[in-house]
Each structure stands twice: as C-alpha cells, then as structure tokens.
Design a protein around this ligand. Structure first.
Ligand SMILES: [Zn+2]
Length: 412
C-alpha cells in the first residue's frame, strides 16, 4: 500500500488512508468483530502525523460486586450490576475485559442461589482480573427446567457461533461426556440420595471464544436442601473461586487446538492444586475483611482456612501412602488419580512453592510465560528448578512434623 501511495499528493494520501480506515472499522462492526475479520496483512499505519497511528487502549470498566438477576423465560439470568455483556463472539481470549460474566441458572433453583454464585464469581474476577467472556450454567434437578436450559444454551450457540442446533441438543441433552444434562441428572440423583455431592467444571469454549462452565446444584448457597454433609456458603464461595482460577489458567493459553489445550492444562496437580490453593488463600483473606455478601438462604457452618488446609494435608499424605506414588502420578488414570493426591497434594505443593518463591510469581511470572515456554520451561524460569527436583523436595517436606508444615501457610 505504501508503495502505491508514494507519488500521490499528500492530501490524496490522507483521503485514501481515511477511506481505508473507515472500511476496516465498517467491516469489523458489521460482522460483530468475529475472529474471521482481521485487517488485511498488507495494511500499514497511516504516514501522516495528523492521523493517530495507534488505537487508544480501552479503559477497563469496573467489576461490580453485586449481581442483578432476572427470571427469564426458561431460566434465571444474573450479571454484574450495570456491567455490559458481550455481544456476538469476538475473540477476547487472554485479555482482561470489561464485560460481565453471565450466569444462567435453571428455573427450579432459588434466584438467591444464582445471585450468590454470581457475586462470588465477580469477587474472584475483581481479585485476579476480569478475564472472559464467561458463561456459567448452573443446572437444577428438575427435568423440564434442565431441558429448557439446554434449549437456551443451544440457541445461543447457534446464534453466536453458527453451531448446529440439533447436534448441540444431542450433545448437551444426553448423559455423559460433560453434557449439560449430566450435571442435572447427577444433581437429581444426589438429592434423592440426600447426598451433598456436587460437580462443576470449566468445560472448554475456546474455539467459540468464551469460557464455558457447567455446574450441578451448589447446595451450600441454599440451606433449604438440608443434605447430609452439606457445604456452607463459604465453602461454595471457595469452590467458585477455584473455578474462576481455571479461567485465569485457560486465558494463558491462546491456542485453539483441543489437544494442545488439554496438554496445556497438565500436570493435573499443578493446575488443580494451583486453583485450590489460590482459592483457599484469597477467600480466607476476603472472609476476614467481610467482603462476601451473604443471602438469607446461605448455608451456615464454619469454613476455616487453617482447618481446611490441615484436612487437605492429611488427605494428601493418606492418598500418597495408599497409592504408593507422588505428585508425578496424579494424572487421570495414573496410580495416584485421586482428589487427595491431585487436589489436596497439589494445593500443598503450591503452598510450598508460594512460601519459598513468593505468592506473586504464579500469576506474574509462571502464567505469562506458560504458553511460550511450555510447562517445564516456565516452571524452571519461575522456580529455578526442574519439576522433578521439586517433586523430590516436596516429598521430603511431606515427612516433616505437622507444626513445621502448617508454619508455611500464609496468615489471612
Ligand atoms: Zn478444578
């Protein structure tokens, strides 16, 4: 482009440049700024000093700490109060954004449960930076309400991502493979058994430019369920923080390749343990400063950081003893594939790393280098040792007396 403009008078060059810029802006907005639309590779910045050569960095809007919730046709919908929501499917992956996470809860759930979950998530986004866009789908236990959620979800995918509606219904509506209805069926089953089990997860979405979460009922946000061993609302808030930390981790990987992303989340102890430890520490501090809102149906009961971490330590030691392995054996299907080894052991591994190298390096050094350096490289760069050496050192730490182990924990 520069070449062809060389001999054109200055004023004509300005006009052509302006027309070109207008063209790019027009295309971007007309197509909802989808990822397919990029300026032509040959585009060069305008040469005149009177025309700005850089688009200003947009200022990030604040993260609201209260959620506004409405009952829509077949579900409950919550977002951060007065926060904008994303339209279309622009590729904002890996960036901090001003858009609110969007929560969709089944209509058989109490609207206050949905609000409480959203507010915990917003607080986590405030804590670690607002990455996204996020859609968080909380299934209830009622079948018709669940079908309606699947409908809303698949319509959204069809409109935003040109996904096939019927294929989507088939995948999300049947049991298994992390389909949305699985979370509904499991919740219903646990309710019938009076068990307070729950399951939730970051279930991808990268190729559609969002983070997809699916969850069964987080019982602790609604004390009317009254199940055996039901979590407190504080416990659920910690879990929501854990989940949000997966958004941070996923945001450090921009690749759209499913296998690369799957590999990128390994090793499991590092990813799950990091999410767990960071969630425990952040929520403990926020509880002590009364940052959490509480609804009148919030599940009561204590949730104490030191006690939780001590329980995790016992669980980790017990798990490693019975599986006869260590952190390096905690992958899916490996001999120490258990909550105690991967999550609790991983959380303590992070407690140890954070105590030794500082609490900031995970977010400030490790994740910014994760994709470019790979796990081993980023680990070495951040912690100055190989993963293997660390695991050996951590095995020794696990043999110390309890008081010396508990001593390394940060105090809220
Ligand atoms: Zn997790």
């Amino acid at each position: 482009m520069e070449q062809t403009l060389k001999n054109v008078p200055q004023i004509a060059r300005k006009i052509i440049t302006l027309l070109f810029l207008f063209f790019v802006i027009f295309i971007s907005s007309a197509c909802g700024a989808s990822s397919e639309v990029a300026p032509p590779a040959s585009a060069e910045p305008p040469t005149s000093t009177e025309i700005p050569t850089e688009t200003p960095t947009p200022t990030l809007g604040p993260v609201a700490l209260t959620a506004s919730c409405v009952k829509e046709g077949g579900h409950i919908y919550c977002i951060g109060e007065e926060m904008p929501v994303v339209t279309g499917a622009p590729d904002l992956y890996g960036q901090q954004i001003s858009f609110s996470p969007e929560f969709f809860c089944a209509s058989d759930l109490d609207i206050r449960l949905c609000k409480a979950a959203t507010e915990a998530f917003l607080l986590a986004a405030k804590e670690w930076g607002n990455y996204g866009p996020v859609e968080y789908w909380i299934m209830g236990t009622d079948e018709a309400a669940g079908d309606s959620m699947v409908d809303v979800f698949c319509n959204r995918r069809s409109e935003r991502n040109d996904d096939d509606f019927n294929e989507c219904i088939k995948h999300e509506g049947t049991f298994g493979d992390h389909g949305m209805n699985s979370y509904r069926e499991l919740g219903a089953q646990w309710l019938e058994e009076k068990s307070a089990a729950s399951t939730m997860g970051h279930n991808g979405g990268r190729h559609f430019n969002y983070h997809k979460y699916t969850s069964s009922v987080p019982w602790g946000f609604d004390n009317s369920y009254d199940l055996e061993g039901q979590q407190s609302a504080a416990g659920e808030q910690k879990t929501v923080f854990h989940e949000y930390f997966h958004t941070i981790q996923h945001s450090a990987l921009l690749t759209q390749d499913w296998y690369e992303r799957d590999e990128g989340m390994k090793p499991r102890w590092f990813t799950e343990g990091g999410a767990e430890f960071m969630a425990q520490v952040a929520t403990a501090r926020l509880r002590s400063s009364d940052a959490f809102t509480s609804s009148e149906i919030a599940g009561q009961g204590s949730f104490d950081f030191n006690q939780e971490m001590q329980n995790a330590l016992f669980a980790a030691k017990e798990s490693f003893k019975s599986c006869g392995g260590d952190l390096s054996d905690t992958g899916y299907g490996a001999k120490c594939d258990s909550y105690g080894a991967a999550y609790a052991g991983g959380a303590w591994a992070h407690a140890y790393l954070s105590h030794t190298y500082g609490s900031d390096v995970l977010l400030e050094v490790f994740y910014p280098n994760r994709e470019a350096m790979g796990f081993e490289g980023a680990f070495m760069h951040t912690y100055g040792q190989t993963v293997e050496d660390f695991v050996t050192e951590f095995n020794e730490f696990l043999k110390l007396p309890l008081d010396q182990q508990m001593e390394i924990l940060p105090q809220a």
